[in-house]
Design a protein around this ligand. Structure first.
Ligand SMILES: Nc1nc2c(ncn2[C@@H]2O[C@H](COP(=O)(O)OP(=O)(O)O)[C@@H](O)[C@H]2O)c(=O)[nH]1
Ligand SMILES: Nc1ncnc2c1ncn2[C@@H]1O[C@H](COP(=O)(O)OP(=O)(O)O)[C@@H](O)[C@H]1O
Length: 203
């Protein structure tokens, strides 16, 4: 009997590095489910769930949602798609999250998007999203066909509250302090880094 291995990948990088954009392109070409922790949280905020109410103040201030809250939410979603190949975007963002993910699933690839902070700041001031689907646009790089309107649904696009310059600065500081150590955690577990941009597990 041939045992088929499931593809379980994580895409990492600072806020605005292009995780959502790259993930969308990958899932268009490969049979993978894309799960974004940010989209998941924004849906909870929009629906005013218990988690959404707690998460909103952290997100608006550019801080990470507490580990126990986000870990429970993401693992619950991943268990729902247990038999599927998936690409996880935005989680883990701290070492305790990475440890919890490792306990639950065997991750076989980690992609790291390495983008300078000044480029990120420029990109985020030009980012527009379609909240219902999580589709991402950029007025310079990837503009919608009609300004401020989603290409597929015709619904209005919005700018994220946490993409204001001062909040972006806070998120980038948080990335350095809490998320960069996750890359070191993966490297310490024999992940192979290619060109500082793409990491894949050695085995
Ligand atoms: N110029 C440029 N903009 C990009 C690129 N990739 C993504 N973007 C834009 O940068 C912004 C942030 O991208 P997004 O995928 O939302 O990043 P995430 O926050 O890491 O998920 C969006 O407005 C994208 O349209 C890229 O390769 N070049
Ligand atoms: N794994 C996580 N741990 C803690 N907070 C998270 C996590 N994922 C998302 N968040 C919260 O949601 C916000 C938006 O996340 P996300 O959409 O992934 O941002 P970006 O795409 O700009 O990196 C984060 O700034 C943070 O407050």
């Amino acid at each position: 009997m041939v045992t088929r291995m499931l593809f379980r990948a994580v895409i990492m990088g600072p806020p605005g590095s292009g995780k959502g954009t790259v993930s969308d392109r990958i899932v268009k070409n490969f049979a993978l489910k894309h799960l974004s922790s940010g989209d998941l949280l924004r849906t909870n905020v929009q629906n005013k769930t218990e988690i959404g109410v707690v998460a909103k103040s952290y997100i608006d201030q550019g801080q990470l949602v507490p580990d126990d809250v986000i870990t429970r939410l993401v693992l619950q979603e991943l268990h729902k798609i247990n038999e599927t190949n998936w690409l996880l975007d935005g989680f883990p963002r701290t070492v305790p999250q990475a440890v919890a993910l490792d306990k639950a699933f065997h991750i076989n690839s980690v992609i790291d998007l390495n983008v300078p902070f000044q480029t990120i700041k420029d990109r985020l001031t030009a980012r527009w999203i379609h909240p219902a689907s999580g589709r991402v646009y950029n007025t310079e790089f990837n503009p919608p066909k009609v300004p401020e309107v989603d290409d597929l649904t015709g619904e209005p696009l919005v700018q994220r509250e946490d993409d204001k310059p001062e909040t972006v600065t806070r998120r980038l500081k948080g990335y350095e302090a809490l998320t960069r150590p996750v890359l070191e955690y993966y490297q310490g577990r024999h992940w192979l880094i290619l060109g500082k941009r793409f990491a894949t597990m050695g085995d």
